[in-house]
Design a protein around this ligand. Structure first.
Ligand SMILES: [Ca+2]
Ligand SMILES: [Ca+2]
Ligand SMILES: [Ca+2]
Ligand SMILES: [Ca+2]
Length: 455
């Protein structure tokens, strides 16, 4: 009686083990299947969100161009108080314009807005002295910049021509032509990433947590609670084509011998009677800057502002090989950039920025420069005489830095465009920045997590 029972029980035990193994096997297969299906679903969802975000980037660009073409003060940088600069919806996607704050930026969010490309030093026309005045610039990199853009193969002091680059792996030659993008800088001898990016690893103009934690996380930083950006923040390769094509952009050269267009503009804007009281330059007058022309013209600042964006300073017989220096916008340029200009030093640059912040002298005019009262008159006059040829009060070049996410906050995308406004807006460049990482700040990341429930 006992034997069969024992045998039965043994057989039953084996069956149970087999069933259990099979069940475990099936469960494992089911789990794998489920996991793969979920991954497939997630991948598809991420792809869709990515496409939605890309579409939002394109829509954001069109929207920015619309804002630029229809802004109240031509030649200014549009002010976009929240939430006009994002998040803005495109179907299930959202986009933001990443801007630059005139004051010390917040730790939680980047400053949202449109950037002025005329606030930066032009890599193609800046002199060595101007380049060397930039934060983090080395004599070696300044030399390499000059050699990269000049036609010859003769190195300047501390410079680098093809002989240097051909020793590298892979070997390449010096360009010997103007820069087409600021990112080209990374090809140059002595252009270490920490010099180009500084502490702003993701190029959003904001101090992210990893940019204020010393060497704990890349990039290296000094943990002082202040963003110390690198060279890329302060330079451009774009200069307005408008001064060269004045008519196309409906602008008048104050150095043009033909007085009629200027007379017409003054009469049209201020009436015949007032126009007659204003001074019109003749053939012998030649101006280095609009500030000089403004002082000559007898216009009030309020009057001059109305026509400023319609004027430019033509350079007689401009040398194709040595183009005139690109003018920097006094209304948007940082202290660091202003300090690079001939006649200006860090003290004067600081006074210009302080006056701008305290007096809100206007967003598209150069007239206020001679009103700065924290510097004695003589020093200011001398500084302005030297610096004014490098300055402007208006802009036509904008950097539109767009970040976007698709449905459920996924599919993050970022691209920067440089746009020139005129009769019609022209897109001059596009740079995608997927490698720069999340640029919208921790606060936006947290907000997205709550929004996801509503999407
Ligand atoms: Ca060269
Ligand atoms: Ca940053
Ligand atoms: Ca760090
Ligand atoms: Ca710092």
């Amino acid at each position: 009686m006992m034997k069969p029972l024992a045998s039965n029980s043994r057989r039953n035990g084996s069956v149970l083990v087999i069933v259990m193994w099979t069940a475990l096997g099936l469960a494992a297969v089911a789990l794998t299947f489920g996991h793969t299906a979920r991954l497939d679903f997630q991948a598809a969802e991420n792809r869709t969100a990515g496409l939605q975000a890309e579409l939002a980037v394109e829509s954001g660009l069109r929207y920015a161009i619309y804002l630029l073409e229809n802004q109240e003060t031509p030649g200014a940088v549009p002010d976009l108080p929240p939430p006009q600069a994002g998040p803005l919806p495109v179907g299930p996607a959202r986009f933001w314009f990443i801007g630059r704050s005139q004051t010390q930026p917040s730790f939680e969010y980047p400053y949202f807005g449109i950037q002025d490309e005329a606030a930066k030093l032009d890599l193609n026309t800046a002199t060595r002295e101007m380049l060397e005045a930039l934060p983090l610039m080395t004599a070696q990199l300044a030399g390499a910049i000059i050699d990269w853009r000049d036609e010859d193969e003769e190195p300047v002091e501390f410079g680098a021509e093809s002989t240097v680059y051909l020793q590298g792996d892979p070997p390449y030659r010096a360009k010997n032509a103007p820069f087409d993008s600021i990112e080209e800088l990374s090809l140059l001898f002595g252009a270490e990433p920490h010099l180009l990016l500084g502490e702003d690893g993701n190029r959003n103009g904001m101090l992210d947590p990893n940019e204020n934690d010393g060497d704990l996380n890349w990039p290296p930083d000094n943990q002082d609670g202040i963003l110390d950006p690198g060279i890329l923040e302060y330079v451009t390769v774009h200069r307005p084509v408008s001064p060269a094509g004045g008519e196309e952009f409906d602008r008048i050269d104050v150095n043009d011998n033909d007085e009629d267009p200027l007379e017409e503009l003054l009469a049209e804007t201020f009436g015949e009677e007032r126009a007659d009281e204003l001074r019109i330059p003749n053939n012998n007058d030649n101006f280095d800057s609009l500030l000089e022309f403004y002082e000559f013209s007898r216009m009030t600042a309020e009057e001059f502002v109305q026509i400023e964006h319609r004027l430019y300073v033509g350079v007689e017989d401009e040398d194709e090989d040595e183009p005139a220096t690109t003018r920097i916008n006094v209304n948007t340029a940082s202290e660091a950039v202003l300090a690079c200009l001939p006649g200006f030093d860090p003290k004067i640059a600081a006074a210009v920025v302080a006056y701008r912040q305290n007096n809100e002298p206007g967003t598209a005019t150069i007239t206020w420069l001679s009103d700065i009262d924290s510097i004695d008159d003589e020093t200011l006059e001398e500084a302005l005489e030297e610096a004014a040829p490098y300055l402007t009060g208006t802009t036509s070049l904008y950097r539109i830095d767009l970040a976007a996410v698709g449905r459920h906050g996924k599919g993050y995308r970022r691209a920067q465009f440089v746009v020139e406004t005129g009769e019609t807006a022209t897109i001059l460049s596009r740079l995608d920045l997927p490698q720069a990482g999340w640029a919208l700040g921790e606060a936006t990341r947290l907000e997205l997590a709550t929004w996801q429930r509503d999407w």
